[in-house]
Write a protein that binds this ligand. Structure first.
Ligand code: PLP
Length: 433
């Protein structure tokens, strides 16, 4: 490694891992263990007091999981990483140190359907409020921030609908309000976009998707930029006030730019419990080794499929940020210069029934509720992933009745196009009957 900062492709292979010092194993071992022997009573005590880094119990830390955390932090250009059981638990752990009952989050209307439900229904039970606003309207974002708002939350590239957030503008609004910006970077991955470079405080991931890449392992992660000063005890008491469970320790004073990451392990994972399994961390480490190669092909295939669909007589519209017809093309050029991702939506002529018929008639594309697999996937959001939303929420989320969502894989592109072409033909025949 000659240059000062290794390149992305080098980091995706080497960051966080080295040959095993005991056996020489080149690939990271799967430390399939729950617990670790202490050297002596003093060592045990200092570990429990957070005075020594080390392993106690795998709900808090595990060597395979730690390797993944370090790699993801390097790929995102952050200070520290916390891996957890799923993308949804990453969102829970990201907000947990920031929020008290009665506080709220300002969030984009353009979020993964499950995130809208999580924020608006389940988190309400903790007394955490949410205000959803259109993040294209920066005045509305500014106006929605109140005295109890503790975070601004959006996706860099949102699904469905090919929406790109103007991260720099939103980060400036959050900074002025002295609150953190949390960006869900699942759809873009750090290969296409690194939100910390544009002012994000925390980046959250569902590693279940492109980062693992093969549809094999659930997982989530939070990467902290290390740049937010959690010094206001009145605003962020968990991070900047005394922590009872650790003899009144103040995380912000004690750990500085690692305060969030230390708290997420020592309190968040310890008390809430959604740790990542070593096996899943290992699968994600393996997947991350080829992230750049897969994303390049995902993006070039997606652009070719989007162009094909846009020219198809059965297709009403295509919403892909990489197309010149997208109103987000300018933002995509700025924030996603290597490609606008692989997930996008299109509208079929004939509405709800036509949308369902296209999905049903695909032979190679898999009909399922996931994105970011190496294989091409298709779904009809209005009757599946976004079923819980009301018509206004459906429209705001870009998931109306005629909408079909694709997650384009890395197959031979002519085969993907061929399958969609015949499915559109079948749907048309059915509509004509
Ligand atoms: C899938 C997904 C999530 C939730 O992640 P899980 O790993 O399924 O819990 C959150 N945000 C986005 C953008 C997603 O695609």
């Amino acid at each position: 490694m000659s240059s000062d900062t290794p390149g992305f492709e080098t980091l995706q292979l080497h960051a966080g891992t080295q040959p095993d010092p005991v056996t020489g194993a080149r690939q990271t071992p799967i430390y399939q263990t729950t617990s670790y022997v202490f050297e002596d009573a003093d060592h045990a005590a200092s570990l429990f007091n957070l005075q020594t880094f080390g392993f106690i119990y795998s709900r808090l830390t595990n060597p395979t999981v730690s390797a993944l955390e370090e790699r993801l932090a390097a790929l995102e250009g952050g200070r520290g990483g916390t891996a957890c059981a799923s993308g949804h638990s990453a969102q829970l752990l990201a907000l947990f140190p920031l929020m008290e009952a009665g506080d709220d989050v300002v969030a984009s209307t353009r979020l993964y359907g499950g995130s809208i439900t999580q924020l608006s229904k389940s988190f309400r039970k903790f007394g955490w409020g949410v205000r959803f606003v259109d993040f294209d309207d920066h005045d509305a974002v500014r106006a929605a921030i109140g005295p109890k708002t503790k975070a601004v939350f959006c996706e860099s590239l949102a699904n469905p609908g090919g929406v790109v957030t103007d991260l720099e503008a939103v980060a400036a609004i959050a900074e002025k309000a002295e609150i953190p910006l949390i960006v869900d970077n699942t759809m873009a991955t750090p290969y296409l976009c690194r939100p910390i470079e544009f002012g994000a405080t925390l980046v959250v991931h569902s590693t279940t998707k492109f980062l693992t890449g093969n549809g094999t392992a659930m997982g989530g992660a939070i990467i902290d930029s290390g740049r937010f000063a959690w010094t206001r005890g009145d605003k962020f008491p968990s991070l900047a006030g005394p922590e009872e469970a650790y003899h009144g320790l103040n995380f912000s004073e004690t750990f500085g730019d690692l305060a969030f990451t230390m708290h997420a392990h020592a309190v968040g994972l310890r008390d809430l419990g959604p740790c990542q399994s070593p096996m899943n961390a290992w699968l994600t480490l393996l997947g991350s080794e080829t992230l750049s190669l897969r994303m390049e092909r995902h993006c070039s295939n997606a652009l070719a499929v989007a162009e094909f669909l846009e020219a198809h007589p059965q297709v009403e519209w295509v919403s892909y940020a990489g197309l010149p017809s997208s109103k987000y093309k300018g933002l995509a050029d700025k924030y996603l210069p290597k490609g606008a991702g692989a997930v996008f939506t299109f509208g079929v002529k004939g509405g709800y029934e036509a949308g369902r018929a296209v999905v049903e008639n695909c032979e190679m594309l898999s009909h399922l509720a996931n994105i970011g697999d190496t294989r091409s996937l298709i779904i009809h959001p209005a009757s599946t992933t976004h079923r819980q939303l009301n018509p206004e929420q459906l429209a705001a989320a870009g998931a109306g009745p005629e909408v079909v969502r694709l997650s384009i894989g890395i197959e031979t592109v002519e085969d993907i196009i061929g399958d969609l072409d015949q499915a559109l033909g079948q749907a048309q025949k059915k509509a004509a009957e």
